[in-house]
Each structure stands twice: as structure tokens, then as C-alpha cells.
Design a protein around this ligand. Structure first.
Ligand code: SER
Length: 293
């Protein structure tokens, strides 16, 4: 499945579940001083999660342009990290919750009419004490216990470490879905389901207050899932990124191949040129401050 087809398939699946298809937000969020770049699909829905939004619907699906600099040193080195990437998301604002989010994720990934991935190659994680999510995966989806790991707040809470370290605000336990590639290699996280059910107020203990309405925020990596579907060992080998690597190699005069010694720097160039192009498109030019830097 081509990357463009995957994007369309995901949005169509969640439309069939009643989600309203919304366009990607801009990469440089307006009116949000807490971030320089849009880091996730949920960013444009912050008000809805807080219960003060104006939208007339309670379910949405998007493919969001994202830019994260936290993993910049991994770009080109690992198979799966980028600065710019696209995040497929489905969102509930006080509407559906864990059961639907988990069951629909499984259906989309494994059903023959959708991605038709082999369920035996998938495993999940849940937050330590999230028995509700564990039981849905185990008893309803039917995943065996050895493919459901319980991890701590640094792995399975969003934002990571929020209970003990903050920031204050909406947060919740999450459940991540991993794929074990056919060609061997490390498992890859393809989808994060966040159960946004708390407002964090101050330091522990008793700092996680249940929200009046429970929300769903999920993020699936477009490029990572395309790599799984295309059976390639790295995101940089998928149909939308390999041509950029080849073009970057041609421009700097090296014959790019994935395993060549120059593979790593050429992938970095391809990633950074893609990110910078999208930034320039939104009016940011190189400079020494904030987004420009
Ligand atoms: N906000 C969560 C994340 O970025 C899920 O979309 O992983």
C-alpha cells in the first residue's frame, strides 16, 4: 500500500466510525505559546479536551503535519525517527472511550478489508495499573498475556512522566501498539492510544483528578506504518521518502543506498530538507531565534 493510500484508508475507516475528517492544522500553531511546532495531532483539539471547545462534533480524524526536534540526533541513524512526520489520529471529546479506541485500532490493523496485518506480529503495552485497558486487550480482543506488557509512567503515560513530573493539565494512561517486522530487527511502535481521563493539578499524591468527560487521543505514525506495509526495513525506504534520499545523494554527489557508509548523512539531509521546506511554506526562514533557529 502506498503512503498516500494508507493516509486515505485510515481517514476513511474512522469516518465509517462517525469521526469527522478535519484537515491538518498548520505546523506553526497560532495562539499556543507552549510549543514552537505542532508536535501531535491532539494539539489543535486542546480546548476540546479541556471541555471549553467550540466544535459541533465529538469525534474527529486527521492526518497532522508534525515537527519534533527531540529526536533529532536519532534521525538517519535509526530506521524510524524523523523531525517532520505525519501523524494519523482519531479523537473523542467526551464521546467513545477505551473499548472503542482499542477495538477499532485492532480492527483497522488486522481486518482483511483494511490493513490485514498478521495479528500474531502485534503486541501492546498498557500503563501499570490500567486494568481496564489490559482486560479489553486480553478478554475482548483476545491477545495472550505474554503480548501485553505493563509499563511505568515514563513509557505509558502521556505526556510521559506526567503523574510525578508534570506538566499540569489534561493527561492519561496510554497503550502502545508494536509491530514485529518480518525481516527481523527491532519491534516498532506504530500507534499510541492515549486515554485522556485526568487533569493533573500539582504534585503527588492525589494530583490526578478525573475529568468530567473522558477523551481519546490517538497517534499512528504514517511513515512507520507505511514501512510495515511496504515490507521495508526503514521509513527512509518507503515510496514517499526514498526518492528524497536518492535526490539528496545526487545533489551532494554520492550514490545513495540504504547500507552505504554515506547512507546516514544523506538520510539526515533528506529529512531536514523536507522539514525545512514545510517550515518555509509557512513563512519561517532560517535565523537565530525560536522556530527559525
Ligand atoms: N498525543 C499522543 C502522541 O503524541 C497520541 O497522539 O503520541
Amino acid at each position: 500500500m502506498k503512503t498516500d493510500e494508507l493516509r486515505e484508508s485510515y481517514l476513511a475507516f474512522f469516518e465509517s466510525k462517525g469521526c469527522v475528517r478535519r484537515p491538518s492544522d498548520v505546523l506553526m500553531p497560532r495562539g499556543d505559546p507552549t510549543v514552537l511546532f505542532t508536535p501531535a495531532g491532539m494539539n489543535q483539539f486542546k480546548n476540546e479536551f479541556l471541555g471549553v471547545g467550540q466544535l459541533e462534533f465529538t469525534r474527529a480524524t486527521t492526518c497532522q503535519k508534525c515537527l519534533r526536534t527531540g529526536d533529532i540526533s536519532n534521525v538517519g541513524v535509526t530506521a524510524y525517527h524523523h523531525t517532520f512526520f505525519e501523524m494519523l489520529g482519531n479523537f473523542s471529546f467526551g464521546d467513545y472511550f477505551k473499548r472503542e479506541a482499542i477495538q477499532w485500532a485492532w480492527e483497522y490493523l488486522t481486518d482483511k478489508r483494511w490493513l490485514a496485518l498478521d495479528g500474531d506480529r502485534l503486541s501492546v503495552t498498557v500503563y501499570l495499573d490500567d486494568d481496564e485497558a489490559y482486560n479489553i486487550w486480553h478478554d475482548e480482543v483476545g491477545l495472550p498475556a505474554d503480548r501485553i506488557r505493563r509499563l511505568n509512567e515514563h513509557e505509558n503515560f502521556w505526556p510521559a512522566g506526567a503523574p510525578s513530573q508534570g506538566p499540569d493539565g489534561v493527561c492519561g494512561p496510554c497503550s502502545e501498539i508494536f509491530y514485529h517486522p518480518l525481516h527481523g530487527g527491532d519491534e516498532v511502535e506504530i500507534w499510541n492510544l492515549v486515554f485522556t481521563q485526568f487533569n493533573r493539578v500539582g504534585d503527588p499524591p492525589d494530583n490526578l483528578r478525573p475529568l468530567p468527560k473522558q477523551n481519546i487521543d490517538t497517534g499512528m505514525g504514517l511513515e512507520r506504518t507505511a514501512a510495515v506495509l511496504q515490507g521495508v526495513a526503514s521509513n527512509f525506504e518507503i515510496d514517499s521518502l526514498k526518492p528524497l534520499c536518492l535526490a539528496a545523494g545526487e545533489t551532494v554527489g554520492v550514490n545513495y543506498s540504504f547500507d552505504s557508509p554515506q547512507g546516514r548523512p544523506v538520510r539526515r539531509i533528506a529529512d531536514h530538507v523536507r522539514a525545512i521546506t514545510l517550515c518555509i511554506h509557512e513563512g519561517v526562514s532560517p535565523g537565530s531565534e525560536k522556530e527559525s533557529y
